[in-house]
Design a protein around this ligand. Structure first.
Ligand code: SF4
Ligand code: SF4
Length: 116
């Protein structure tokens, strides 16, 4: 049994979401084998007047076979706003991101953990 801090979950780093909706589209493909965002477990709200976007993920990853190794919404997120990590890993990643984002503005488009 995992302690809460050790279990991997999907986390959201809203500050680097570009609002592209790729996560919604890929999730709908996982669920229906079609590109139909209304059937997605992810909804992205675009707050255009604020220049911010809010991805909302509602998913029990374990029951979706294609996502058990790596959630497909995370795999296809271009900026790294969706993260598959433990609570402790996520806290460290986000801390490092915000420590370095002013020196490396490109992290707003692609977080360091997306660079392969
Ligand atoms: S883990 Fe898979 S099923 Fe769950 S929200 Fe992400 S893409 Fe959709
Ligand atoms: S979470 Fe990622 S894939 Fe989804 S809208 Fe934001 S940037 Fe795009």
């Amino acid at each position: 049994m995992f302690e809460d801090g050790e279990k991997k979950r999907i986390f959201v780093e809203e500050s680097i979401c570009n609002g592209c909706h790729m996560c919604e589209v890929m999730c709908s493909f996982v669920n229906t084998q079609n590109f139909y965002p209304n059937k997605s477990n992810v909804k992205v709200i675009n707050y255009e007047w604020k220049g911010r976007n809010k991805p909302l993920v509602s998913c029990d990853v374990e029951t979706h076979a294609p996502c058990q190794t790596l959630p497909q919404c995370v795999a296809f997120c271009p900026t790294g706003a969706l993260v598959w990590a433990t609570k402790d890993e996520f806290a460290t990643m986000v801390y490092d991101l915000h420590q370095n984002i002013e020196a490396k503005p490109s992290y707003k488009a692609r977080a360091p953990w997306t660079l392969r």
